[in-house]
Design a protein around this ligand. Structure first.
Ligand SMILES: [Zn+2]
Ligand SMILES: [Zn+2]
Length: 273
C-alpha cells in the first residue's frame, strides 16, 4: 500500500477523467491521495474534489508562484479553513527562485505565514523549494529557533545534501518525486539512500514529473509506485518494505488523515504487473 501525499487533481489535465484516475490509483495500490492547494482563493475547487472521494484529502495554502497576490490573506484564515475534516495539510508554500513569479520578499512572507499556520494547527506544511536552498534552510532554522517546532516536509526534493540534512535535523521529512527515478539523478538517489528511512515520503506532484518509464508523459497518482520502487532500489530494500515504511511515515506526519479512509484494491498483489 502507498499514499500519494502530493498531487494536483484540480489541474485541467485531469478534468475529463478524474474518477478513472482515482480508481487507477487504488488498483495500483495507492489507497489515499492528498490534492494540494496552490491558491487559497481557489480552495473551494480543491475541497470539492476532496469531498467527492472518500480516500482523497486536501491541503490549504498559497504556492510561492502566487505569494504576492495572496499576501492579504492572514494566517488566521489559513487556520480557519484548515479546520474542515478533509484538510490534512498546509501549503504548498515556500520559495521558488527558478521562476520568480512572485517577489522574493512576498514568497518569504508567505512561507513564514504558512510555517506559523502549521505550528498552530499541527498539520504538516508541504514545502516547495527550487533554486532557493540557502534561504529555505535559513528561514526554517530561524522559525524553528524563534517559534518552536512545526511539522513539515520538503516536497519533490531535488536539492543538495546540505539542505536535506539540515531539514532532517529540524525534524522534517523529505519527499521524493519521479525525479529520483531519472537516469541522471545519481546524486539525488544517494541522498534518498542516506536520509533516515523513518523520514522518507514519496509523491507524484502529478500532472508533472512522471517517473520512468513514463518520463515526459502526463503523470498521475498510480505512478507513485515507480518512484517508490526507485527509492527502494537505491536503499537496497524490497518494494514491500519501502511501501510499508513510507505509508507509516505518512500517517505519523499527517495525523489528521484517517487510516480508515485508506482504500485497498480488491485485486491481489500477484494480479498486478
Ligand atoms: Zn511544488
Ligand atoms: Zn505541487
Amino acid at each position: 500500500m502507498l499514499v500519494d501525499h502530493h498531487c494536483h487533481l484540480d489541474f485541467p489535465q485531469f478534468a475529463e477523467e478524474r474518477d478513472a484516475i482515482v480508481a487507477r490509483a487504488v488498483e495500483a495500490g495507492v489507497g489515499m491521495m492528498v490534492t494540494i492547494s496552490t491558491r487559497i482563493r481557489e480552495f473551494d475547487k480543491i475541497l470539492a474534489i476532496a469531498e467527492a472521494y472518500p480516500n482523497v484529502f486536501c491541503s490549504v495554502g498559497t504556492h510561492p508562484h502566487n505569494a504576492d497576490e495572496e499576501l492579504d490573506i492572514p494566517q488566521a484564515q489559513i487556520v480557519s479553513l484548515s479546520r474542515h475534516p478533509k484538510v490534512v495539510a498546509v501549503g504548498e508554500a515556500g520559495l521558488d527562485y527558478f521562476y520568480n513569479r512572485s517577489s522574493p520578499e512576498g514568497q518569504a512572507e508567505g512561507f513564514r505565514r504558512h510555517i506559523r499556520a502549521a505550528r498552530e494547527t499541527g498539520l504538516p506544511l508541504e514545502i516547495h523549494t527550487r533554486d532557493a536552498e540557502a534561504d529555505t534552510a535559513r528561514i526554517l532554522e530561524e522559525e524553528y529557533r524563534e517559534g518552536g517546532p512545526f511539522p513539515a516536509l520538503l516536497h519533490c526534493f531535488t536539492g543538495g545534501r546540505d539542505l536535506a540534512m539540515r531539514a532532517i535535523d529540524l525534524g522534517l521529512y523529505i519527499s521524493f518525486s519521479g525525479v529520483v527515478s531519472f537516469k541522471k539523478s545519481e546524486d539525488l538517489r544517494a541522498i534518498a539512500a542516506e536520509v533516515p528511512l523513518e523520514r522518507i515520503l514519496v509523491e507524484t506532484d502529478a500532472p508533472f514529473l512522471a517517473p520512468d518509464p513514463y518520463r515526459g508523459k502526463r503523470n498521475e497518482p498510480a505512478y507513485v509506485v515507480h518512484t517508490a520502487a526507485a527509492v527502494a532500489r537505491a536503499r537496497g530494500l524490497s518494494d514491500a518494505q519501502l511501501r510499508a515504511a513510507t505509508t507509516q511515515n505518512f500517517f505519523r506526519l499527517f495525523t489528521k488523515a484517517p487510516r480508515s479512509a485508506f482504500i485497498t484494491a480488491s485485486v491481489n498483489e500477484g494480479a498486478r504487473a
